[in-house]
Ligand binder design. Sequence first.
Ligand SMILES: Cc1cc2nc3c(=O)[nH]c(=O)nc-3n(C[C@H](O)[C@H](O)[C@H](O)COP(=O)(O)O)c2cc1C
Ligand code: SF4
Ligand code: SF4
Length: 405
Amino acid sequence: MAVIYCFSGTGNSLYAANKISAEINAEVVNMKSVGECDADVIGIVFPVYFWGLPKTVERFLGDIRITNKNAYIFAVITYGGLAGGADGAVDVLLKKQGVKLSYSAKVRMVRNYLPEFKVNDSKALWEKTDRRLDHVISDIKRRAVSKIAPYTAFNKTLHQNYPPLKTDCGKLFTVNGCRHCNACAYVCPNGNITLENGSPKFGSNCELCFGCVHICPAGAIDYNNKTQGKKRYKNVMQYEIHQLNARGFNRTRFEIDYTKPRNILTVEYVADEYSFTYEGGYPDSSVMINCLELGINSETGIAEQISGYHAYPIWKSASLTPPEAKDGALVMLDKIESGVTYQMKDNVTTYYDKSNGWLCIGALDCDNAEYVRFSENCIAAVGDGKLAAIWVSLPTDCEIMKRLK
Ligand SMILES: Cc1cc2nc3c(=O)[nH]c(=O)nc-3n(C[C@H](O)[C@H](O)[C@H](O)COP(=O)(O)O)c2cc1C
Ligand code: SF4
Ligand code: SF4
């Protein structure tokens, strides 16, 4: 059995982890899901921070219990310019529990440390990264062993400048021009962002991963006056980080009630904000489908409308025939408290059809599904008590339909 533990702020390390996992048939797991590990191949994939380890990685290596002392353990460390000896730091922590790092590789990727550097995203750099990753994958497949450089005193000194070691970084963020899309809260690997009246509030458990800064579609989040006006990094994998972070429930059950009227609200998609939005007040609780929010009235359980961040670069083109549906209400059967959000665990694909403006968020076909038009331009598919898909009809000449390929 092979498992890859991953930490990623802006998607680079998740990209590397996914690419390796596809080749060695490993499961990619969030570094927060630690406990005992009895795998015989263990990957550790993360970004270098100030020539050393992000807080999460350090904690993970202290907490995980590796029971197979002969496991092949590899580290793949992504970096932006100079990686230092972060692999040495991994080895020091592994040795404390009687295992050692078998192989390590550093992979140069787009640098995301915005206070000091501009984003250097380019096709040429991605090609180099891919070539390097191919090489690393072939090393891992043949169980290559490498010499791990020691973690030097100089290295340690440099790592002391990693701001979260001395500062409450959360205090250094400012927000200007928030459009209330939720994306920052969902991408945060530490759950350090809560939304108050739709705008982010930062706690004191910041890793300084810059996920929130880069993902914000409005460029509304700045750090310590050093990121203003700088171009943000848009990596498609960023949109999948929330999936790595998701603390899923998957226990939400729905039913359709045709005796109740459908909602009269129409949802629109704002392409520049990567988000759904609608006018008409927001319900007090919700179910998250990826980053998308299905607003639920906690008193009645009735789902009102979808809203929030839903990145179109990862939608898939398909030929869609909208299902026949009757008007009614989509009702969540589980009691949900006001202010609470449930996260659906499954990763959901969105399909689109430019020819008729339809989107299908979720399963295209679903056995035993019933369809209800629960709001002006949305249909829900419910099968065996589970929400299988939400269909949305948008005008064929709207901005997002023009942008989709
Ligand atoms: C807080 C912080 C510190 C960083 N320190 C370094 C560094 O010391 N050396 C380096 O080459 N890159 C450094 N980087 C860049 C990242 O390691 C690099 O962009 C990485 O691929 C990001 O991975 P991610 O997208 O998975 O978060 C730093 C980035 C951050 C956010
Ligand atoms: S608050 Fe922002 S920078 Fe800090 S850990 Fe969360 S996403 Fe990363
Ligand atoms: S990502 Fe940006 S626009 Fe969206 S809620 Fe956070 S600060 Fe506001």
